[in-house]
Design a protein around this ligand. Structure first.
Ligand SMILES: Cc1cc2nc3c(=O)[nH]c(=O)nc-3n(C[C@H](O)[C@H](O)[C@H](O)COP(=O)(O)OP(=O)(O)OC[C@H]3O[C@@H](n4cnc5c(N)ncnc54)[C@H](O)[C@@H]3O)c2cc1C
Ligand code: SF4
Length: 345
């Protein structure tokens, strides 16, 4: 049972300064982008802002452009635009590939890059109606004292389930953040912390302005996810891989994962594979690396050990496929796994 949508005041700033001022004026206000996550969360009583600050009219947050040696993607860019954009297809096709797996086509016409990167964590005991949660005694993340996933623990293990973050992480992307103290640039990996109750390292009054993707010619990348419903669902595990091949060996390998813990993260230790080929032994080593570093908990209907194993299997398959594709001449017109090209508009 979902309660009626609570009332709220909508503010529509036309500049970043106005948006930040509106946020400073109401500490409980929330930034609203596409609303595809925030509005259902409000309907379920998970968040109760009296003011929503619609950031969709701010010019600085819009658009995709080559800026020097990087691609700048405004935080308010919709996922549908990301999927269809020619610059993204040329310089960072893995982002389009990941965006295409988010929710359904209609969601993607409203859902944004910033909203996807700032997605709240999810848990089967939390993303429920207020009635359901009250009947269950609420939980540690909100209004309760016990975590139903790990009852003896003191922290929330809800899973970060955004699809874009790992794809951007293997491109070594950064985020541009604005707040009362001015602008700052941070590596995307630094935006997240391993805490399901407060997964973002973003100040209350800070706002994501853009995603910056550095030039990376010669890399080939793709994203794969496992989900319950193939047409529309959050990842049970999502894996992005970027690699460079030199002859018969790896010249670079990056792997990032989502859906398996409270934060998306870059797999540590992949540099040990540089200089080696991709044979069964290498894939076995990567499988072990993934299984050791992911930490799925009982926060979905699907068992944690399945998510651990599927994360490793997706990694093995992606690495094997991309390594083979990297030996082929580039496809005409690019494609999801086409090598990224030099940054030229
Ligand atoms: C049925 C359904 C299926 C879904 N499936 C998926 C899926 O498969 N994969 C997936 O990744 N997501 C999925 N989602 C979640 C959601 O649709 C997407 O993650 C979407 O990209 C969120 O973007 P948005 O613009 O709608 O965010 P909003 O709902 O507007 O905002 C989400 C959060 O981000 C904050 N925020 C938004 N923009 C900024 C910014 N620029 N700076 C700081 N904070 C900001 C908001 O305050 C809010 O807390 C699904 C949602 C639904 C309803
Ligand atoms: S992991 Fe525990 S505290 Fe976090 S949302 Fe789930 S039940 Fe609540």
């Amino acid at each position: 049972m979902t309660a009626a949508m609570p009332g709220f005041r909508l503010v529509t700033p036309r500049s970043l300064a106005e948006a930040l001022a509106a946020r400073a004026a109401d500490p409980l206000a929330r930034f609203l982008a596409g609303g595809t996550d925030l509005l259902p969360a409000m309907a379920r009583g998970l968040v109760e802002p009296e003011t929503l600050i619609d950031i969709g009219m701010i010019a600085e947050l819009a658009g995709i452009a080559v800026d020097g040696d990087r691609l700048r993607i405004g935080a308010a860019t919709t996922l549908a635009r990301l999927q269809a954009d020619a610059l993204v297809a040329r310089h960072a096709p893995v982002l389009a590939s990941a965006a295409a797996t988010v929710a359904g086509p209609q969601h993607r016409t409203a859902a944004t890059v910033g909203g996807n990167l700032c997605l709240d964590t999810r848990c089967v005991f939390y993303n429920q109606s207020q009635w359901w949660r009250r009947a269950n005694g609420f939980c540690l993340k909100r209004e309760g004292t016990v975590c139903h996933v790990a009852p003896t623990g003191t922290r929330c293990h809800a899973a970060f389930s955004g699809d874009l973050a790992p794809a951007a992480m293997v491109l070594d992307a950064s985020v541009e953040i604005a707040g009362p103290g001015g602008r700052r640039i941070a590596k995307l990996c630094e935006l997240y912390r391993d805490d399901g109750a407060a997964p973002l390292c973003l100040g209350d009054e800070e706002l994501l302005v853009a995603l910056h993707v550095p030039a990376a010619s010669g890399w080939i990348a793709d994203y794969a996810k496992s989900r319950v419903r193939g047409a529309i669902d959050f990842p049970l595990a999502g894996v992005a891989v970027a690699l460079r091949r030199s002859g018969d060996t790896l010249a670079g390998l990056r792997v990032a994962l989502t859906g398996t813990g409270s934060r998306p993260f870059r797999l540590a230790g992949t540099d040990a594979e540089i200089g080696h080929g991709v044979d069964d032994a290498a894939l076995e080593r990567l499988d072990k690396l993934v299984q050791k570093q992911v930490s799925p908990m009982r926060s979905t209907m699907t068992p944690a050990h399945y998510r651990r194993r599927v994360a490793a299997a997706l990694t093995r398959r992606l690495v094997r496929r991309l390594f083979a594709e990297a030996a082929q001449p580039p496809m005409r017109g690019g494609g999801a796994t086409a090598p990224q090209s030099e940054m030229k508009p």
